[in-house]
Design a protein around this ligand. Structure first.
Ligand SMILES: C[S@@+](CC[C@H](N)C(=O)[O-])C[C@H]1O[C@@H](n2cnc3c(N)ncnc32)[C@H](O)[C@@H]1O
Length: 290
Protein backbone atom coordinates (compact mmCIF):
# COMPACT_ATOMS: atom_id res chain seq x y z
CA UNK A 1 0.00 0.00 0.00
CA UNK A 2 1.24 3.50 -0.89
CA UNK A 3 2.58 5.62 1.93
CA UNK A 4 -0.18 7.82 3.37
CA UNK A 5 0.84 11.31 4.55
CA UNK A 6 -0.43 12.26 8.07
CA UNK A 7 -2.39 15.15 6.60
CA UNK A 8 -4.84 12.91 4.67
CA UNK A 9 -8.37 13.11 6.18
CA UNK A 10 -10.13 10.90 3.60
CA UNK A 11 -8.29 7.70 4.45
CA UNK A 12 -10.81 5.33 2.80
CA UNK A 13 -10.60 7.31 -0.43
CA UNK A 14 -6.81 7.38 -0.18
CA UNK A 15 -6.83 3.58 0.02
CA UNK A 16 -9.37 3.29 -2.80
CA UNK A 17 -7.45 5.52 -5.23
CA UNK A 18 -4.13 3.89 -4.33
CA UNK A 19 -5.40 0.38 -5.09
CA UNK A 20 -7.09 -1.05 -8.19
CA UNK A 21 -9.09 2.10 -9.01
CA UNK A 22 -5.99 4.29 -9.39
CA UNK A 23 -4.20 1.59 -11.40
CA UNK A 24 -7.16 1.17 -13.77
CA UNK A 25 -7.50 4.93 -14.30
CA UNK A 26 -3.75 5.12 -14.98
CA UNK A 27 -3.79 2.21 -17.47
CA UNK A 28 -6.82 3.68 -19.23
CA UNK A 29 -5.78 7.34 -19.28
CA UNK A 30 -6.09 7.71 -23.05
CA UNK A 31 -9.51 6.04 -23.16
CA UNK A 32 -10.81 8.15 -20.25
CA UNK A 33 -9.48 11.42 -21.65
CA UNK A 34 -11.10 10.69 -25.02
CA UNK A 35 -14.36 9.72 -23.28
CA UNK A 36 -14.41 12.98 -21.31
CA UNK A 37 -12.97 15.26 -24.02
CA UNK A 38 -16.22 17.06 -24.99
CA UNK A 39 -17.12 17.95 -21.45
CA UNK A 40 -13.54 19.02 -20.68
CA UNK A 41 -13.81 21.57 -23.49
CA UNK A 42 -17.06 22.81 -21.96
CA UNK A 43 -15.44 23.02 -18.51
CA UNK A 44 -12.66 25.19 -19.97
CA UNK A 45 -15.25 27.48 -21.59
CA UNK A 46 -16.88 27.96 -18.19
CA UNK A 47 -13.53 28.36 -16.39
CA UNK A 48 -12.19 30.95 -18.89
CA UNK A 49 -8.58 30.68 -17.69
CA UNK A 50 -6.54 33.85 -18.33
CA UNK A 51 -2.79 34.09 -18.99
CA UNK A 52 -0.88 34.75 -15.77
CA UNK A 53 -3.50 33.19 -13.48
CA UNK A 54 -2.81 30.85 -10.57
CA UNK A 55 -4.98 27.73 -10.90
CA UNK A 56 -5.53 24.73 -8.65
CA UNK A 57 -6.82 21.50 -10.22
CA UNK A 58 -8.59 19.46 -7.54
CA UNK A 59 -8.35 15.68 -7.93
CA UNK A 60 -6.32 16.17 -11.12
CA UNK A 61 -5.71 12.42 -11.56
CA UNK A 62 -3.59 11.63 -14.62
CA UNK A 63 -3.47 15.32 -15.43
CA UNK A 64 -5.53 16.20 -18.55
CA UNK A 65 -7.17 19.34 -17.16
CA UNK A 66 -4.12 20.43 -15.12
CA UNK A 67 -1.93 20.17 -18.24
CA UNK A 68 -4.45 22.24 -20.19
CA UNK A 69 -4.45 24.87 -17.41
CA UNK A 70 -0.63 25.00 -17.37
CA UNK A 71 -0.63 25.80 -21.10
CA UNK A 72 -3.47 28.32 -20.73
CA UNK A 73 -1.89 30.35 -17.89
CA UNK A 74 1.41 30.52 -19.79
CA UNK A 75 4.84 31.34 -18.37
CA UNK A 76 3.55 34.11 -16.07
CA UNK A 77 1.00 31.86 -14.36
CA UNK A 78 1.17 28.66 -12.39
CA UNK A 79 -0.86 25.52 -11.69
CA UNK A 80 -1.04 23.24 -8.67
CA UNK A 81 -2.57 19.82 -9.33
CA UNK A 82 -3.50 17.82 -6.23
CA UNK A 83 -4.64 14.23 -5.98
CA UNK A 84 -4.70 11.23 -3.62
CA UNK A 85 -3.39 8.65 -6.09
CA UNK A 86 0.36 8.09 -6.38
CA UNK A 87 -0.06 6.13 -9.63
CA UNK A 88 -2.28 8.70 -11.34
CA UNK A 89 -0.12 11.63 -10.23
CA UNK A 90 2.98 9.73 -11.40
CA UNK A 91 1.54 9.52 -14.91
CA UNK A 92 0.54 13.21 -14.76
CA UNK A 93 4.18 14.10 -13.91
CA UNK A 94 5.51 12.01 -16.81
CA UNK A 95 3.08 13.70 -19.19
CA UNK A 96 4.02 17.18 -17.90
CA UNK A 97 7.72 16.48 -18.40
CA UNK A 98 7.16 15.06 -21.89
CA UNK A 99 4.81 17.88 -22.94
CA UNK A 100 6.77 20.83 -21.57
CA UNK A 101 4.18 21.85 -18.96
CA UNK A 102 6.39 20.90 -15.99
CA UNK A 103 7.89 24.41 -15.79
CA UNK A 104 4.72 25.93 -14.35
CA UNK A 105 2.86 22.87 -13.04
CA UNK A 106 3.36 21.46 -9.54
CA UNK A 107 1.75 18.08 -8.83
CA UNK A 108 1.30 17.03 -5.19
CA UNK A 109 -0.28 14.24 -3.18
CA UNK A 110 -2.73 16.18 -1.01
CA UNK A 111 -6.24 15.84 0.39
CA UNK A 112 -8.34 18.83 -0.71
CA UNK A 113 -10.28 18.56 2.56
CA UNK A 114 -7.33 18.83 4.94
CA UNK A 115 -4.24 20.15 3.12
CA UNK A 116 -2.78 23.39 4.52
CA UNK A 117 -2.88 25.44 1.31
CA UNK A 118 -1.17 28.83 1.02
CA UNK A 119 -4.01 31.24 1.83
CA UNK A 120 -5.55 33.64 -0.70
CA UNK A 121 -3.30 32.44 -3.52
CA UNK A 122 -5.41 31.07 -6.37
CA UNK A 123 -7.51 32.86 -9.00
CA UNK A 124 -9.31 29.67 -9.98
CA UNK A 125 -10.04 26.27 -8.46
CA UNK A 126 -11.10 23.85 -11.20
CA UNK A 127 -12.01 20.18 -11.30
CA UNK A 128 -13.28 17.54 -13.69
CA UNK A 129 -15.00 14.92 -11.51
CA UNK A 130 -12.51 15.32 -8.62
CA UNK A 131 -14.70 16.89 -5.89
CA UNK A 132 -17.43 14.30 -5.19
CA UNK A 133 -15.40 12.04 -2.91
CA UNK A 134 -15.05 14.09 0.30
CA UNK A 135 -16.24 12.60 3.64
CA UNK A 136 -17.05 16.12 4.78
CA UNK A 137 -17.71 18.20 1.66
CA UNK A 138 -18.53 21.40 3.57
CA UNK A 139 -15.19 21.21 5.43
CA UNK A 140 -13.41 20.43 2.16
CA UNK A 141 -14.91 23.39 0.29
CA UNK A 142 -14.29 25.69 3.28
CA UNK A 143 -10.64 24.59 3.20
CA UNK A 144 -10.48 25.18 -0.56
CA UNK A 145 -12.15 28.60 -0.20
CA UNK A 146 -9.24 29.73 1.97
CA UNK A 147 -6.83 28.98 -0.87
CA UNK A 148 -8.72 31.33 -3.25
CA UNK A 149 -8.00 35.05 -3.38
CA UNK A 150 -11.04 37.22 -2.53
CA UNK A 151 -13.16 37.32 -5.71
CA UNK A 152 -11.44 34.18 -7.03
CA UNK A 153 -13.62 31.54 -8.70
CA UNK A 154 -14.49 27.88 -8.40
CA UNK A 155 -15.46 25.91 -11.52
CA UNK A 156 -16.12 22.19 -11.60
CA UNK A 157 -18.10 19.59 -13.49
CA UNK A 158 -19.90 16.69 -11.79
CA UNK A 159 -22.38 14.06 -12.91
CA UNK A 160 -26.15 14.67 -12.87
CA UNK A 161 -28.63 11.96 -11.82
CA UNK A 162 -28.06 8.26 -12.57
CA UNK A 163 -31.31 7.97 -14.58
CA UNK A 164 -30.00 10.52 -17.11
CA UNK A 165 -26.50 9.07 -17.44
CA UNK A 166 -26.67 5.79 -19.39
CA UNK A 167 -22.87 5.43 -19.16
CA UNK A 168 -23.43 4.68 -15.44
CA UNK A 169 -26.97 3.33 -15.49
CA UNK A 170 -26.51 0.58 -18.08
CA UNK A 171 -23.51 -1.11 -16.37
CA UNK A 172 -25.08 -0.62 -12.93
CA UNK A 173 -28.41 -2.15 -14.00
CA UNK A 174 -26.54 -5.06 -15.63
CA UNK A 175 -24.60 -5.75 -12.43
CA UNK A 176 -27.75 -5.45 -10.28
CA UNK A 177 -29.56 -7.93 -12.55
CA UNK A 178 -27.00 -10.65 -11.81
CA UNK A 179 -25.64 -9.66 -8.37
CA UNK A 180 -28.60 -7.99 -6.68
CA UNK A 181 -28.76 -4.37 -5.49
CA UNK A 182 -25.68 -2.90 -3.78
CA UNK A 183 -25.76 -2.31 -0.02
CA UNK A 184 -27.84 0.81 0.67
CA UNK A 185 -25.57 3.84 1.13
CA UNK A 186 -26.54 7.07 2.92
CA UNK A 187 -27.80 9.77 0.55
CA UNK A 188 -24.93 11.79 -0.97
CA UNK A 189 -22.32 9.24 0.17
CA UNK A 190 -18.92 10.04 -1.41
CA UNK A 191 -18.79 8.70 -4.97
CA UNK A 192 -19.18 9.77 -8.60
CA UNK A 193 -22.90 10.62 -8.23
CA UNK A 194 -22.69 12.30 -4.79
CA UNK A 195 -23.36 15.75 -6.28
CA UNK A 196 -26.17 14.84 -8.65
CA UNK A 197 -28.68 16.76 -6.46
CA UNK A 198 -28.13 20.44 -7.22
CA UNK A 199 -29.87 21.68 -4.03
CA UNK A 200 -27.34 19.67 -2.01
CA UNK A 201 -24.41 21.17 -3.94
CA UNK A 202 -25.82 24.66 -3.43
CA UNK A 203 -26.22 24.04 0.34
CA UNK A 204 -22.65 22.74 0.69
CA UNK A 205 -21.07 25.62 -1.20
CA UNK A 206 -23.14 28.22 0.69
CA UNK A 207 -22.25 26.62 4.04
CA UNK A 208 -18.57 26.61 3.03
CA UNK A 209 -18.71 30.39 2.38
CA UNK A 210 -18.95 30.59 -1.43
CA UNK A 211 -21.07 33.29 -3.12
CA UNK A 212 -22.57 33.80 -6.60
CA UNK A 213 -23.24 30.05 -6.90
CA UNK A 214 -24.46 29.08 -10.38
CA UNK A 215 -25.24 25.51 -11.34
CA UNK A 216 -25.64 25.05 -15.09
CA UNK A 217 -27.10 21.67 -15.90
CA UNK A 218 -26.28 20.73 -19.47
CA UNK A 219 -26.80 17.82 -21.82
CA UNK A 220 -23.45 16.70 -23.19
CA UNK A 221 -21.91 13.72 -24.96
CA UNK A 222 -19.25 11.19 -24.08
CA UNK A 223 -16.87 9.85 -26.74
CA UNK A 224 -16.82 6.12 -25.93
CA UNK A 225 -14.39 3.48 -27.23
CA UNK A 226 -15.02 2.72 -30.89
CA UNK A 227 -16.50 -0.76 -30.34
CA UNK A 228 -19.21 -1.83 -27.94
CA UNK A 229 -16.98 -4.72 -26.80
CA UNK A 230 -14.27 -2.24 -25.73
CA UNK A 231 -16.89 -0.11 -23.98
CA UNK A 232 -18.07 -3.17 -22.00
CA UNK A 233 -14.48 -4.08 -21.13
CA UNK A 234 -14.06 -0.55 -19.73
CA UNK A 235 -17.30 -0.83 -17.73
CA UNK A 236 -16.01 -4.04 -16.15
CA UNK A 237 -12.81 -2.29 -15.03
CA UNK A 238 -14.10 1.13 -13.86
CA UNK A 239 -17.43 2.47 -12.63
CA UNK A 240 -20.45 0.98 -10.83
CA UNK A 241 -20.38 -2.54 -12.36
CA UNK A 242 -16.65 -2.85 -11.64
CA UNK A 243 -17.23 -1.78 -8.03
CA UNK A 244 -19.99 -4.38 -7.56
CA UNK A 245 -17.94 -7.12 -9.20
CA UNK A 246 -15.07 -6.17 -6.85
CA UNK A 247 -17.37 -6.65 -3.85
CA UNK A 248 -19.18 -9.86 -4.94
CA UNK A 249 -16.29 -11.53 -6.83
CA UNK A 250 -18.73 -13.54 -9.02
CA UNK A 251 -17.59 -16.52 -11.14
CA UNK A 252 -16.46 -15.89 -14.75
CA UNK A 253 -19.80 -16.99 -16.24
CA UNK A 254 -21.63 -14.31 -14.22
CA UNK A 255 -19.11 -11.68 -15.33
CA UNK A 256 -19.68 -12.83 -18.94
CA UNK A 257 -23.45 -12.48 -18.46
CA UNK A 258 -22.99 -8.95 -17.05
CA UNK A 259 -20.75 -8.09 -20.00
CA UNK A 260 -23.36 -9.34 -22.50
CA UNK A 261 -26.04 -7.28 -20.76
CA UNK A 262 -23.85 -4.14 -20.87
CA UNK A 263 -23.18 -4.68 -24.59
CA UNK A 264 -26.92 -5.10 -25.21
CA UNK A 265 -27.66 -1.88 -23.29
CA UNK A 266 -25.00 0.20 -25.04
CA UNK A 267 -25.56 -1.18 -28.56
CA UNK A 268 -28.20 1.46 -29.54
CA UNK A 269 -25.42 4.07 -29.31
CA UNK A 270 -23.25 2.06 -31.71
CA UNK A 271 -25.37 2.32 -34.84
CA UNK A 272 -22.94 4.85 -36.41
CA UNK A 273 -19.16 4.78 -36.98
CA UNK A 274 -18.87 7.72 -34.62
CA UNK A 275 -20.61 6.58 -31.42
CA UNK A 276 -21.60 9.07 -28.76
CA UNK A 277 -23.31 8.43 -25.40
CA UNK A 278 -25.49 11.19 -23.95
CA UNK A 279 -24.50 12.60 -20.57
CA UNK A 280 -26.21 15.01 -18.20
CA UNK A 281 -23.83 17.16 -16.20
CA UNK A 282 -23.71 20.00 -13.71
CA UNK A 283 -21.16 22.75 -14.42
CA UNK A 284 -20.83 24.53 -11.09
CA UNK A 285 -19.46 28.07 -10.73
CA UNK A 286 -18.99 30.11 -7.54
CA UNK A 287 -16.77 32.82 -6.08
CA UNK A 288 -15.04 33.65 -2.85
CA UNK A 289 -16.70 36.85 -1.62
CA UNK A 290 -14.54 40.01 -2.06
C1 LIG B 1 -12.91 10.32 -11.19
S1 LIG B 1 -11.23 10.69 -10.91
C2 LIG B 1 -11.03 12.10 -11.97
C3 LIG B 1 -9.60 12.40 -12.27
C4 LIG B 1 -9.35 13.61 -13.19
N1 LIG B 1 -9.87 14.83 -12.64
C5 LIG B 1 -9.90 13.38 -14.57
O1 LIG B 1 -10.91 13.99 -14.93
O2 LIG B 1 -9.30 12.58 -15.32
C6 LIG B 1 -11.33 11.42 -9.29
C7 LIG B 1 -10.00 11.86 -8.73
O3 LIG B 1 -10.21 12.58 -7.52
C8 LIG B 1 -9.16 12.29 -6.63
N2 LIG B 1 -9.60 12.58 -5.25
C9 LIG B 1 -10.61 11.98 -4.57
N3 LIG B 1 -10.71 12.50 -3.33
C10 LIG B 1 -9.77 13.48 -3.23
C11 LIG B 1 -9.37 14.36 -2.18
N4 LIG B 1 -9.97 14.36 -0.99
N5 LIG B 1 -8.35 15.22 -2.43
C12 LIG B 1 -7.70 15.22 -3.62
N6 LIG B 1 -8.04 14.39 -4.65
C13 LIG B 1 -9.06 13.54 -4.46
C14 LIG B 1 -8.89 10.81 -6.88
O4 LIG B 1 -7.61 10.41 -6.42
C15 LIG B 1 -9.06 10.71 -8.39
O5 LIG B 1 -7.86 10.90 -9.08
Amino acid sequence: MAEQPDTIANTAQFEYWNATAGDKWTENQKVSDRLLSTLAERLFQHAAIQPGEMVMDIGCGTGATALFAARAVGPDGGVLGIDLSHAMLGLARTRAEAGGEAANLVLEIADAQSHAFAQGTFDLLQSRFGVMFFDDPTAAFANLLGALRPGGRLCFVCWGPLAKNPWFKIPRDAAVKFLGPPKAAPPHAPGPLAFSDTDYVDRILSAAGFAEIQINTEASELVPPSTVADAATGALSRGPAARMIGVHKPPPETVAAIRAEIERGLSPYYVTDNPRVPAYLHFVLARRPE
